[in-house]
Design a protein around this ligand. Structure first.
Ligand code: ADP
Length: 257
């Protein structure tokens, strides 16, 4: 599915956060969203999700204005995946994932056999079956993040918006989450994730968007960042950005000079 932001402008009171922002995210793309704290990443994700209404501009999902869609239709197209640390209720993993079926159900209708089978199938795909009866609070942060991704997939949404999906995770779990996103991308999902790690944007995204409070947003390919200028400007640091051959694949690293 295609997600398009067209001429989005948004302010909190007098404070302008986004100004005339336009971009398109297509099926099979991962867009990494970089920006300093307060640059508007979360605000943008909320607008794309339909939680916040822009002052001007529109969000189109497969060319349809998302605000003209019902909440249920929108939920079947776009899913928001919060940081794993935001889950507070002690549901089981299976129940958490089944909540993704809510947009399919009418008010007070309980999930049925098919909903359970769908949730179980997705848990299996993500290698989480062994955790299904555990409380969401009794699994690791990385597993929790994967469970939240599973919930979004159970929702049937093909556009996934993730707010700093790796921020609370150890390195190994970060890699698992990023590899899962890559698998979903290659299966045609449209993914946008925010991150504070420029290497993730360079290595794991097909395109990068950089928000900044005093500059026009940058949208381009990871290769466009190789000369370092844009990231040095963003972080106000001299950086060394290099392509390296790991022996198995070509990667891009970013380290301070
Ligand atoms: P980021 O996710 O990049 O850190 P946010 O989108 O959360 O940035 O916030 C952008 C700016 O808007 C910040 O300066 C933040 O303080 C401000 N902001 C966020 N939410 C609100 C709100 N509900 N009311 C007023 N200002 C807000």
């Amino acid at each position: 599915m295609q997600l398009e932001a067209r001429n989005i402008t948004f302010s909190y009171g007098k404070r302008k956060i986004l100004s005339d922002l336009s971009f398109t995210a297509d099926s099979g793309e991962i867009i990494a969203l970089l920006g300093r704290n307060g640059s508007g990443k979360t605000t943008l994700l909320r607008i794309l999700l339909g939680f916040l209404r822009p002052a001007a501009g529109e969000v189109l999902i497969d060319t349809r204005n998302s605000l003209e869609m019902s909440g249920r239709e929108r939920a079947k197209a776009v899913a928001y995946i919060p940081q794993s640390s935001e889950m507070v209720y002690a549901y089981t993993v299976l129940d958490t994932v089944m909540m993704g079926r809510a947009p399919e159900l009418s008010l007070f209708e309980r999930p049925g056999k098919e909903d359970k089978e769908k949730a179980e199938e997705i848990l299996e795909d993500l290698g989480l079956t062994h955790l299904k009866e555990r409380s969401i609070n009794a699994i690791s942060g990385g597993e929790k993040q994967l469970v939240l991704i599973a919930r979004a997939l159970t929702q049937d949404a093909k556009i996934l918006l993730l707010d700093e999906p790796t921020s609370a995770l150890d390195y190994s779990n970060q890699l698992i989450v990023l590899e899962t996103l890559e698998k979903l991308r290659s299966n045609g999902y449209t993914i946008i994730f925010s991150t504070h790690n420029p290497e993730q944007a360079l290595m794991n995204a097909t395109r990068v968007m950089i928000l900044s409070s005093n500059r026009t947003p940058f949208i381009g390919k990871p290769e466009d960042l190789l000369d370092g200028r844009i990231l040095e400007d963003l972080y106000n640091r001299e950086l060394c950005i290099k392509r390296i051959d790991t022996g198995r694949s070509e990667r891009i690293i970013c380290i301070p000079r």
